[in-house]
Write a protein that binds this ligand. Structure first.
Ligand code: FAD
Ligand code: NAD
Length: 475
């Protein structure tokens, strides 16, 4: 007999597992199918984010930051440490332990919420049926549900003439598993993954070269921020080559030779490892039967409306496999919204206030519009900014590079965007997201008491500076 559910979710990344938990909380009989397998051969829930994305990369970013600080910054605090060394195996094992704790935590939450977990591949058939192939066998079972949520996530994009071999030419998964520091690490793509994982291995001792096709770094960030970031990364020793087109890569012995073309013509450069980080694409291979009725758009994304509904009644899609930024928190909020809509509740996602955070040092975070977008859209705005170098806390910490930049509507003073580069940017942005969600003005933030001495005073001062009345800088 076909097993029936109220909701079947395919994919247990931050989009799928969060949708499943919320659906179960709302009293819906829920199943979740995920094909990811951990090192122990068992199901490892949490998708890209927990297994090979957000979490392991942040674990290594923190470990490598500690090492970098001990070597480079402690002496200025009067702390002299000699014989500093790194143990990559321990660092990787710590990262793996963090990942296991979190993936195990999701499994526990599934149990606690009585979500039926299937380890294997799911495929959408017609009539709201799902074919399940177990991880350990080729036997197929058909399941049925009133509602199906597709949350299949994304996979790395490949480029012509550069083939992954998962030892020398690697993707994010390989770059999170290196067993030693490569003397020369090449990175194709100076996007978010290239900058974060490039920073990890650069801090640990690699000479890191990023080959970026575009003429500017982080083109979607506010240009003042991306310029500051470029200067900071250069100072750290990251060699970022813009306007550089990779033609091919080949492995000879232990060396990877990359042919490239830049403004000086064609040349070749050698590396010990090559990370390819040129973007990700929706993971829809094998997900949809020919007669499933679900459509993909030109970008290979599952076509959905603003409420994550496909054209088929009862079939929804969320996260990296649909439109919008490929971010874990965006996927989770979509998952929650869909579960609530299925349960007959109201739900809404504000795509205009999805925060972005890049966990380099300095951290970069933003929400809302950039100055270039406001110019393009002909919106009149006022700008306020404040450097962390003028905050007591930043100076006391010995980490005061960067600034906060705030953009507010010239007529209404409503905040339209906030852009931060500097210490604690990942946490500071939350205050700005909340203010924007409530359609707050720069004047609101200017009148709110911010504790002293904190980094958040830079936000307060940037808000005051929108009206040219900052206290600790010239206006
Ligand atoms: P995924 O997390 O990709 O999960 C999809 C799951 O579905 C996977 O487990 C997959 O195996 C499974 N699946 C797919 N097809 C099937 C099928 N047919 N049957 C069964 N199972 C299937 N985002 C942030 O917000 N912050 C960060 O700091 C951050 N860092 C990142 C660092 C790296 C190195 C990478 C690669 C990504 C990072 N991201 C980050 C992006 C983030 O990981 C994704 O946006 C997020 O994981 C998307 O969630 P999802 O649920 O849509 O898909
Ligand atoms: P990305 O889109 O951020 O960057 C890819 C870069 O590669 C771009 O700058 C692009 O111009 C460049 N590029 C593309 N083709 C190229 C080529 N042939 N040669 C040289 N350069 C080329 O993609 P990513 O870094 O792979 O990350 C994928 C996605 O994962 C991100 O967009 C983001 O959504 C998510 N992510 C988020 C975080 C975070 O939130 N902190 C961290 C990592 C990844």
């Amino acid at each position: 007999m076909t097993e029936k559910f109220d909701v079947i979710v395919i994919g247990a990344g931050p989009g799928g597992y969060v949708a499943a938990i919320r659906a179960a909380q709302l009293g819906l009989n829920t199943a979740c199918i995920d094909m990811n397998t951990g090192k122990d051969g068992k199901a490892a829930l949490g998708g890209t984010c927990l297994n090979v994305g957000c979490i392991p990369s942040k674990a290594l970013l923190d470990s490598s930051k500690h090492y970098h600080h001990v070597k480079n910054d402690f002496a200025t605090h009067g702390i002299n440490v000699t014989d500093v060394s790194i143990d990559i195996d321990t660092m990787i094992a710590r990262k793996d332990a963090v990942v296991s704790k979190l993936t195990g935590g999701v499994a526990q939450l599934f149990k606690a919420n009585k979500i039926k977990q299937y380890h294997g591949r799911g495929r959408l058939l017609a009539n709201r049926q799902v074919e399940f192939t177990a991880h350990t066998s080729s036997e197929k079972t058909v399941l049925e549900a009133e509602n199906i949520i597709l949350a299949a996530g994304s996979v790395p994009i490949t480029i012509p003439n550069v083939e992954y071999d998962n030892e020398y030419i690697i993707d994010n998964e390989g770059a999170l598993q290196l067993t030693e520091v490569p003397p020369r690490l090449g990175v194709i793509g100076a996007g978010v993954i290239g900058l974060e994982l490039g920073s990890v291995w650069q801090r640990l001792g690699s000479k890191v070269t990023l080959l970026e096709a575009l003429p500017s770094l982080l083109p979607t960030a506010d240009q003042d921020i991306s310029k500051q970031a470029g200067r900071a990364f250069k100072k750290q020793g990251l060699d970022i080559r813009l306007d550089t087109l990779v033609k091919s890569a080949s492995i000879t012995g232990d060396t990877i030779k990359v042919s490239l073309e830049d403004k000086n013509g064609e040349s070749e450069i050698s590396f010990d490892r090559l990370l390819v980080a040129v973007g990700r694409k929706p993971n829809t291979e094998g997900l949809l039967a020919d007669d499933s009725g679900v459509e993909l758009n030109k970008r290979g994304q599952i076509e959905v409306n603003h409420q994550s509904q496909t054209k088929l009644e009862g079939v929804w899609a969320v996260g990296d496999c649909v439109r919008g930024p490929m971010l874990a928190h965006k996927a989770s909020e979509e998952g929650i919204a869909v579960a609530e809509l299925i349960a007959g509740k109201a739900a809404h996602i504000h795509f205009d206030t999805v925060p972005w955070v890049i966990y380099t040092d300095p951290e970069i975070a933003w929400v809302g519009k950039t100055e270039q977008q406001l110019k393009e859209q002909g919106v009149s705005y006022h700008v306020g900014s404040f450097p962390f170098a003028a905050t007591g806390r930043g100076l006391a910490m010995g980490n005061a590079d960067g600034m906060v930049k705030m953009l507010a509507d010239a007529d209404t003073d409503e905040i339209l965007g906030v852009h931060i580069i500097g210490p604690g940017a990942s946490e500071l942005i939350a205050e700005c997201v909340v203010t924007m969600e409530f359609h707050g003005a720069s004047e609101d933030l200017a009148r709110i008491i911010h504790a002293h001495p904190t980094l958040s005073e830079a936000i307060h001062e940037a808000a005051l500076h929108v009206d040219k009345r900052a206290i600790h800088r010239g206006n």
